[in-house]
Design a protein around this ligand. Structure first.
Ligand code: 5GP
Ligand code: 5GP
Length: 229
C-alpha cells in the first residue's frame, strides 16, 4: 500500500516536471515570416522614397523584417517595452545591415530608426530565442541563405520593368528553396501591380525554412511588374 502511494506520488511529480519543461521551452508564437522588399517597388509608388544617408542601396532585395507569427495568421507585437532597441548592440554589424537591411522611408536615415521599429514591434516577441544582436544576425543569415534575386535571375526573371506571371515567380522560389513563398504586391505610380515583398517562412529557431502555415494575402495580379531599381 505504502509502496503504491509512493510510486503514485513519484509519477505525479514526474508529470509536473514534464509539463513545466514543455511550458518553459514553449514559445509565444508559431513561426517567423522573413520578409524582404524590392526597393524599386517601395520607391516606384506615389509615396516615393528617400535613399539612406549612406547612399543608394544595391539593386537587390532588402530585409524588411523577421516577424513572429501565429498559425492562424495573427501575430504578437510590441511584446516588451522594457527591452528597447539598443543601437550599440549591433555596432559591429551596422555596415552589413546598411547593405542588406537599408531604410527607404523619408526622411533619409542611417537605418537605426527602421531597425529599432522592427526590433521593438517584432523582435521583442521572440526575445527569449534571439537577443538583439542574435535577431539581426539571424536575419542577415537568412538573407544570404535565400538569395532571392539570384534565384529569380537564374530563371530569367529580371528587375527590368517587364511583367512576369505570379506563378513563374512563385515556382522559381519554390524550386530553389523547397517551399512556397508568399508574394505581396503594391502599385506603381501608373497603377500597375508590382512585386513588392516576398515572405519566406522560418521555424521558431530562425534557422530552417518551413512550409508556410498560412500565407499573407498579397494583393497581386496574375501578371506583375518587376521594376528597375
Ligand atoms: P501592412 O498593413 O502594410 O501590410 O503591414 C504593416 C505592418 O504590420 C508590417 O510592416 C508589419 O510590421 C505588420 N504586419 C503586417 N502583416 C503582418 C503579418 O502577417 N505578420 C506579422 N507578424 N506582421 C505583419
Ligand atoms: P512595419 O510596416 O514593419 O510595421 O513598419 C515599417 C515602418 O518602418 C514604417 O514606420 C516605415 O515608415 C518604416 N520604414 C523605414 N524604412 C523602411 C523601408 O525601407 N521599408 C518599409 N517598408 N518601412 C520602412
Amino acid at each position: 500500500m505504502m509502496m503504491k502511494s509512493t510510486l503514485g506520488f513519484l509519477l505525479s511529480q514526474i508529470f509536473v516536471f514534464q509539463q513545466l519543461a514543455v511550458f518553459c521551452a514553449s514559445q509565444d508564437f508559431d513561426f517567423f515570416y522573413f520578409v524582404q522588399q524590392w526597393p524599386g517597388s517601395y520607391c516606384d509608388t506615389k509615396q516615393s522614397c528617400c535613399y539612406p544617408t549612406t547612399g543608394k542601396p544595391a539593386a537587390d532585395f532588402g530585409i524588411h523584417g523577421l516577424w513572429p507569427n501565429y498559425n492562424d495568421g495573427s501575430y504578437p507585437s510590441n511584446c516588451d517595452n522594457s527591452n528597447p532597441f539598443d543601437p550599440s548592440s549591433i555596432s559591429d554589424i551596422k555596415r552589413q545591415l546598411q547593405q542588406e537591411w537599408p531604410t527607404l522611408a523619408c526622411p533619409s536615415g542611417d537605418g537605426n530608426k527602421f531597425w529599432g521599429h522592427e526590433w521593438n514591434k517584432h523582435g521583442t516577441c521572440s526575445e527569449d530565442i534571439l537577443d538583439q544582436p542574435g535577431y539581426f544576425q539571424a536575419a542577415l543569415k537568412l538573407k544570404q541563405q535565400t538569395d532571392l534575386l539570384n534565384v529569380l535571375q537564374n530563371v530569367g526573371i529580371n528587375p527590368d520593368g517587364e511583367f512576369y506571371s505570379l506563378t513563374s515567380i512563385t515556382k522559381a522560389i519554390k524550386d530553389a528553396t523547397g517551399f512556397t513563398p508568399g508574394l505581396e504586391c503594391n502599385v506603381d505610380a501608373s497603377g500597375n501591380s508590382q512585386l513588392y515583398q516576398i515572405y519566406i517562412c522560418v521555424d521558431t529557431s530562425a534557422t530552417s525554412l518551413i512550409e508556410c502555415p498560412v500565407l499573407p494575402r498579397g494583393k497581386c495580379s496574375s501578371r506583375i511588374e518587376f521594376p528597375i531599381f
